[in-house]
Design a protein around this ligand. Structure first.
Ligand SMILES: Cc1cc2nc3c(=O)[nH]c(=O)nc-3n(C[C@H](O)[C@H](O)[C@H](O)COP(=O)(O)OP(=O)(O)OC[C@H]3O[C@@H](n4cnc5c(N)ncnc54)[C@H](O)[C@@H]3O)c2cc1C
Length: 456
């Protein structure tokens, strides 16, 4: 009996005779072309290390899976892979109420973590539309961004310590607890955002913040991009607790309202809307009134067209549902390409003009939707339906324009399988060569997530 077969007796395991359908795809729409050999669901770091060592001995490639909400195809296995799913490593180990940190296993679901720390008066600020399924290990592996990066940074800024299992089965324990630690190369950053190609995230120490007492949102209607950048600058200066600045172009808002079967929030046909959010430490901190005054002044001064300040949590939640409706909207636009690009703010109007004009000229019947975390220069552009044979040409066209303005082909979703052929638009040849050397050093046989991010 092989070592893997022996392990499968003690570690939760599923084989080809079981229903493996949910392990075959992620939210990118990519699907495995054949079944994995086995799905193993360890509960501890020691079990992960044992699986990795057994796969090494038997020359088996592995696909690491978190919540499979990724949008780059990184969690989709190749036929015959061993899938290592973190779904049973879902323990919150401890919360340090003195320093505001929490120690978790990699498979803890984001929403569950947020709820549990909030019950103890703390706050974990990472948030995104996939909160109910994505896992902390997946968030770390993709360096996830989301709705509150403007104030708290990406996942990288929220990770203090990490435990990782390397491709040879070594357990690298770097469970640092403090904000400061200048003791040479900070190795945890090798594993944040490298999508499971350098190691498997099994545990992490995360930063917490005091739980906000209140949250105030507002939807602001604007005439053009100049009003947008002015609003961002003014809001940053005037509203110190600004945590979100989410932009939706008119076409997106219309499509979201249609997809959710609700009315558009404004009667007027405004070109651009921004969903702002501020967070208050105390109920009487006055942030809600400050937001109200700020928007009144902008409208009175002709710097904004209109605003909605929700009067209840339900109204605010309805506005956020519009912002989060992309999954429902894209349903109608298949086959489509959903871009997640990072563009320097001053270059954004030119980028959009050129990219949309070139797309319109070649694919006049496709719809385009634009929205994004514009406070972070992160634009989501979705275009479709396109003939399947044209999808790669659509990508090349947009990524050429991204390269022209020195932008990033992935601001937050990662490279995975889908964007691998285009990575050279954002990374120079020497950068790619160094990345290959590091990967070779840590996993020369490409045991972990082979075929993702870059080839050796
Ligand atoms: C509706 C919706 C909204 C979204 N909104 C956002 C958003 O606002 N911001 C954002 O950044 N992303 C967003 N995403 C994308 C996705 O949710 C994130 O990329 C998330 O971080 C992926 O986590 P996961 O656990 O689902 O990872 P998976 O999809 O399972 O895996 C993603 C990659 O990480 C690797 N991986 C997973 N777990 C581990 C681990 N423990 N150790 C090592 N490697 C691992 C996988 O092999 C794969 O390469 C959204 C997705 C959806 C469906």
């Amino acid at each position: 009996m092989s070592t893997l077969q022996t392990l499968a007796k003690t570690i939760s395991s599923l084989g080809p005779e079981d229903d493996l359908s949910r392990y075959l795809r992620d939210e990118s729409g990519l699907e495995a072309e054949g079944l994995p050999a086995q799905v193993l669901r360890p509960r501890t770091t020691a079990e992960v290390a044992a699986i990795v060592r057994a796969c090494g001995l038997e020359n088996r490639r592995m696909t690491i899976q978190g919540g499979r909400t990724g949008l780059a195809g990184g969690a989709v296995p190749d036929p015959g892979d061993v899938v290592l799913s973190l779904e049973l490593m879902d323990q919150i180990e401890s919360l340090d109420a003195f320093s505001g940190t929490v120690t978790v296993q990699g498979g803890v679901v984001l929403e569950s973590l947020c709820r549990q720390v909030e019950a103890q008066g703390w706050y974990f600020p990472m948030d995104c539309g996939a909160r109910a399924s994505c896992q902390i290990g997946g968030n770390i592996a993709t360096n996830a961004g989301g709705n509150r990066v403007l104030r708290y940074g990406t996942m990288r800024e929220l990770v203090l310590g990490l435990e990782v299992v390397l491709a040879d089965g070594t357990v690298l324990t770097m469970m640092n607890q403090g904000l400061k630690n200048n003791t040479g190369l900070d190795l945890k950053h090798l594993f944040i955002g490298t999508e499971g190609t350098l190691g498997i995230v099994t545990r992490a120490v995360l930063r917490l913040f005091p739980k906000p007492a209140e949250r105030h949102s507002a939807l602001v209607a604007l005439a053009d991009f100049h009003q947008l950048t002015d609003l961002l600058k003014a809001a940053r200066g005037t509203l110190p607790t600004l945590s979100s600045f989410e932009v939706m172009w008119r076409g997106y808002l219309q499509a979201a309202a249609r997809a959710l079967n609700c009315q558009e929030p404004f009667d007027g046909a405004y070109p651009l809307c921004v969903l702002l959010e501020v967070e208050s430490g105390r109920p009487d901190a006055g942030d809600g009134q400050a937001l109200h005054r700020f928007l009144e002044e902008r409208i009175a001064g002709g710097e904004a067209l209109d605003a909605i300040l929700p009067q209840s949590r339900q109204q605010a939640a309805q506005l956020w549902r519009l912002r989060d409706a992309i999954g429902e909207i894209l349903y109608d636009m298949q086959p489509c390409v959903a871009f997640d690009v990072g563009i320097p703010l001053q270059a954004l109007p030119g980028f959009m003009e050129r990219a949309c004009a070139r797309l319109d000229a070649r694919w006049p019947d496709a719809r385009r939707l634009l929205f994004g975390h514009l406070g972070d220069g992160n634009l989501h552009l979705s275009t479709g339906p396109h003939p399947p044979a044209d999808l790669s040409a659509v990508e090349s066209l947009v990524y050429e324009e991204v390269e022209r303005v020195g932008g990033s082909i992935s601001a937050e979703h990662g490279i995975g399988r889908i964007k691998k052929p285009f990575l050279h638009h954002s990374r120079s040849a020497p950068e790619l060569a160094l990345m290959r050397q590091i990967r070779h050093l840590l996993d020369s046989r490409q045991q972990l997530n082979c075929g993702r991010v870059l080839d050796l």
